[in-house]
Design a protein around this ligand. Structure first.
Ligand code: AGP
Length: 590
């Protein structure tokens, strides 16, 4: 959550404000409650903060600068106010600080600092860090030492960046991501590499417990545990696919929905040889767990379904935030397939750390390059579906499901035939993702947006599609949408159905079809309004959305109407589907 950015130039280009503002724009998916930029100027550090969006062109400070830091916020402690926006000042104005993370022991530290006489002017946990540094500076005048001492007192996943009046930038990583981009006479500190990919593809990615310091003596890295200087080799990042542009679409969400016809092929663009190490790993394993959070947990569920149903593998899906009870179950014969668009989701990182500590092998499928999850994995695979900017995940989900399908079929020796099936799937999705479908869904949205509660039913291959569908509607339209297995209906859910209650039912031409139709007639008997997502219309449907027949990958067609429903229901209410309220794209705190 939150995005931090820093810029340091010896080129005298005076463009720190513009560069940092651009960097924050590219980090906005990490939180958009408020933002701020601090610049080192002849008279000291000047800070600009606002709760307006980053789109709103700010009245730039008069004086230009070569060094500065910035922050875009997802509020964890304290309301969304200008005063709580980062960066936060030290009492003597000698440094400012911005943070990405949560200080879990902030109340305890605040109590200690208050006893020392420190006063607080914000509601943030961040200000605690500033005061703690001031406290240690009284004991050791060396700011770097004081920062290390203070940082070691923090509990939780935190990354901080500091700008000092000595034209120095200090940054430390523990949990939340931190990278340093290196160009000619210019350096970019950031939460992700994408934010400076338009300026350089050379970057150092810090690991937990590492610190970067940049001043007129140059850039150096230290281990905060020992204070020792460490060597960090810059990496060349493949940013070929890093174009961030709406390409004429109103929103990234619609563009990324349409890009799913390509995502199916981009995410499965692997040779059998490249999949072989994973096929062998699973072949020698006793059990496979798939895991992820939010949308990634639904892709993990769909992949586990494919591994059981197609490959007969003992595979179980886990939601990252409910893994602790599996600690005793993970062992050396366990393979964990971890799914993540960002590769930085705190719950998923902690889940793989737990599995790893029991000897499990970690295999990750991630979209963002250079992520912590890829670096922590024994085997890493990439989605390569291009940047997903909209907070609401669509093409990354489709990519993960297509990859899981290829994996399951490859375990059954069907790699080549499945590659052909994926080609066909991509072209069928291309014919499906047309304005005719968009206007049909937009019309349906006009009715559904008036409904307070919406239910989504699916079974078998469509169970996780129902869950993902409900999530898409919730995220963008702020309507209560809830998914159930249709099998659950008579065990309680049907009590919620009354006259006019909308129930979206997903039906594939598979072994669950009859069960779905039985459930639908029970809903109709209670006056429910049934919206059928299926290959063929049916007299039980009040509304019908035809999806293309994709055989074993039918789930990929069936999720699209929900993505579009969420999009139009949000848009119809004047919401920004790319930046839904209270959400952020990468959840780096637990
Ligand atoms: C999905 O639209 C949401 N953005 C959210 O549920 C997301 O899937 C979840 O936070 C996991 O993110 P990840 O894939 O980056 O790990």
């Amino acid at each position: 959550m939150c995005g931090i950015f820093g810029y340091y130039s010896t080129n005298d280009d005076d463009s720190a404000f513009e560069v940092i503002h651009k960097g924050l724009k590219r980090l906005e998916y990490r939180g958009y409650d408020s933002w701020g930029i601090s610049l080192l100027q002849p008279g000291g550090i000047k800070t600009y903060k606002t709760t307006d969006g980053l789109d709103k062109k700010p009245d730039k400070p008069a004086i230009k600068a070569n060094t500065g830091i910035g922050h875009t916020r997802w509020a964890t402690h304290g309301k969304v106010t200008k005063n709580n926006a980062h960066p936060h000042f030290s009492t003597d104005g000698s440094f400012v600080l911005a943070q990405n993370g949560i200080v879990e022991n902030y109340l305890e530290l605040k109590g200690f600092l208050s006893q020392q006489g420190y006063k607080f002017t914000t509601q943030t946990d961040t200000e605690i860090i500033v005061k703690l540094i001031e406290h240690w500076r009284k004991k050791t005048p060396d700011l770097e030492q004081a920062v290390i001492k203070a940082f070691k007192k923090l509990k939780g996943r935190n990354t901080i960046i500091i700008l000092t009046t000595e034209n120095t930038i200090i940054a430390i990583k523990n949990g939340s991501p931190l990278t340093v981009g290196i160009a000619d006479g210019a350096w970019f500190f950031s939460s992700d590499t994408l934010s400076f990919s338009n300026r350089t593809d050379k970057a150092v990615i810090l690991d937990n417990g590492q610190m970067a310091v940049l001043d007129d003596r140059g850039l150096r890295f230290k281990e905060i545990a020992t204070g020792k200087v460490i060597h960090k080799k810059p990496e060349n990042l493949d940013h070929k696919q890093s174009k961030i542009d709406k390409e004429g679409f109103d929103h990234f969400m619609l563009k990324e929905i349409v890009e799913q016809k390509n995502a199916v092929l981009e995410a499965t663009n692997y040779s059998l040889a490249e999949l072989k190490p994973l096929l062998e790993l699973i072949g020698h394993s006793r059990q496979v767990f798939t895991l992820g959070a939010g949308t990634a947990s639904h892709a993990a569920g769909q992949t586990a379904y494919f591994l059981r149903n197609i490959a007969g593998i003992k595979a179980v899906e886990l939601a990252s935030y409910e893994v602790s009870s599996f600690a005793e179950i993970f062992d050396k014969k366990t393979v964990v397939l971890a799914f993540s668009q960002s590769g930085e989701t705190a719950d998923s990182l902690e889940a793989i750390e737990l599995a790893k500590s029991s000897g499990a092998k970690i295999v990750s499928l991630v979209n963002m390059m250079g992520s912590t999850m890829s670096r922590e994995s024994d085997l890493e695979y990439y989605l390569r579906v291009g940047p997903e900017i909209c907070v609401v995940s669509t093409k990354a989900f489709t990519g993960k499901v297509a990859w899981g399908y290829l994996l399951a079929n490859s375990l059954r020796g069907k790699f080549t035939v499945t590659k052909k099936e994926l080609e066909a799937t991509s072209s069928k999705l291309g014919s499906f993702l047309k304005p005719k479908l968009f206007s049909q869904i937009e019309n349906l949205s006009k009715m559904l947006v008036k409904k307070e509660h919406i239910f989504v039913l699916g079974r078998g291959q469509n169970y996780y599609i129902a869950k993902e569908g409900a999530l898409k509607i919730k995220e963008t339209s702020y309507r209560h949408a809830e998914a159930f297995s249709a099998g659950e209906l008579k065990h309680g859910v049907i009590a919620l159905i009354e006259s006019g209650t909308p129930v979206i039912c997903i039906i594939s031409e598979d072994e669950e079809k009859q069960n779905m139709l039985s459930a639908i007639s029970e809903i109709k008997a209670r006056g429910g309004l049934v919206i059928g997502i299926a290959k063929k219309d049916h007299k039980l449907f009040d509304k019908f959305i035809r999806t293309p027949e994709l055989g074993g990958l039918d789930s990929l067609a069936n999720v699209i109407p929900f993505q579009l429903l969420g999009y139009y229901m949000g848009k119809l209410q004047g919401f920004d589907p790319d930046k839904p309220r209270n959400l952020a794209k990468s959840v780096t705190v637990k």
